[in-house]
Write a protein of this length. Structure first.
Length: 328
């Protein structure tokens, strides 16, 4: 009686690094990575962010240096967030031509605008004193339609300063259409919109709110960002609306907890799909690695491969420069 040995042996293709490399189905490339960056007005030194080791609130100078390093490593894009010295109820610094984002984006475009795509996040939360993503009604609700006018003004100010992609992240209804019309009207019909179409009200944004100093002073964002347990069709609906309003690319955010949604979006559309590996995803791996509980480099690469495999063409990640270097 001879033993029944398996005729089919999947392990044959896993035996050596060269074999595994040849048959790999998911590859990362530096140009697929986008680095989110923070620039703070009125500081002389870059400020470390406690909950995001290795990430800084940059000065205009240190931002230029870090952007150079990212471009040198071959990352595809940079996305800029600004922290103004003065905040008010309407987020005036968001569309001030002298505002910190406008100044910093002009620096980056003049330094690097033909080597790397320089994008701007368009929202109000970094600029409002109450920390919400829009202007408020007298009873403290976010006023959707009044906010659209502010987003439109901010997007035009960013485009005037040189931003090469406008990325609205505030989850107001109609934001893509309002921004598209304003950009077209101001002579920026050639500037694409990468819409944060699918954005959940996530606990994983915690560290970002330290980085951008934008935690809401009261309440939460549940009345505008999506409920993690919300109707499954909602994500595709948001994507379809944004495309109808003129979005050129769409985004899913966060990434790792929403890979199912990312895959559905990827299968449903014919535009580029981005995924944002957010601050909390970064912080979790950094914290576990700092304790010696996970292998940092492997955990980073595995998380990025998963996001890519789920369908992301572009990945926004705070590890963009480091990973781009490793991929070269
Ligand atoms: C809103 C915005 C947020 C992030 C990107 N754009 C914060 C929020 O919605 O509270 C989060 C990014 C991250 O956590 O890394 N302007």
């Amino acid at each position: 009686m001879t033993a029944q040995f398996p005729a089919v042996r999947p392990r044959r293709l896993r035996r050596s690094p060269a074999m595994r490399r040849m048959v790999a189905g998911t590859r990362l490339h530096p140009a697929d990575l986008v680095l989110p960056m923070f620039v703070k007005e009125g500081v002389d030194e870059p400020q470390p962010i406690g909950s995001m080791p290795g990430v800084f609130q940059h000065t205009r100078d240190s931002l230029r240096k870090a952007a150079h390093e990212a471009a040198e490593a071959g990352v595809g894009g940079l996305i800029l967030f600004g922290i103004p010295a003065v905040k008010d109820a309407r987020g005036s610094a968001a569309d001030d031509p002298e505002g910190i984002v406008q100044k910093a984006v002009a620096d980056l475009v003049s330094d690097l605008g033909d080597q790397v795509v320089v994008m701007t996040d368009t929202c109000l939360d970094e600029f409002t004193d109450h920390g919400h993503c829009g202007v408020l009604t007298p009873d403290g609700e976010v006023d959707n339609d009044a906010t659209l006018e502010r987003y439109a003004a901010a997007a035009v100010a960013q485009a005037r300063a040189g931003s090469q992609v406008i990325a609205p992240s505030g989850m107001m209804d109609g934001q893509v259409g309002a921004i598209r019309a304003a950009l077209d009207g101001a002579g920026f019909a050639h500037i694409p919109i990468m819409a944060y179409s699918v954005k959940y009200a996530s606990a994983f944004y915690g560290p970002f709110r330290d980085a951008a100093e934008c935690a809401p002073k009261f309440g939460d964002r549940n009345a505008y960002q999506q409920d993690p347990a919300g109707p499954v069709g909602e994500a595709l609906r948001e994507v379809r609306l944004d495309l109808a309003e003129g979005a050129d690319a769409v985004m899913v955010k966060p990434a790792l907890a929403y890979l199912d949604i990312l895959r559905q979006v990827r299968d449903a559309v014919d535009v580029p799909v981005a995924a944002y590996q957010v601050s909390g995803e970064y912080a979790m791996i950094e914290a576990a690695a700092a304790n010696g509980w996970v292998d940092r480099d492997r955990a980073i690469m595995e998380s990025l491969v998963a996001i890519r495999r789920a369908g992301a063409d572009t990945i926004l990640t705070y590890w963009a420069t480091e990973v781009a270097r490793r991929l070269r």
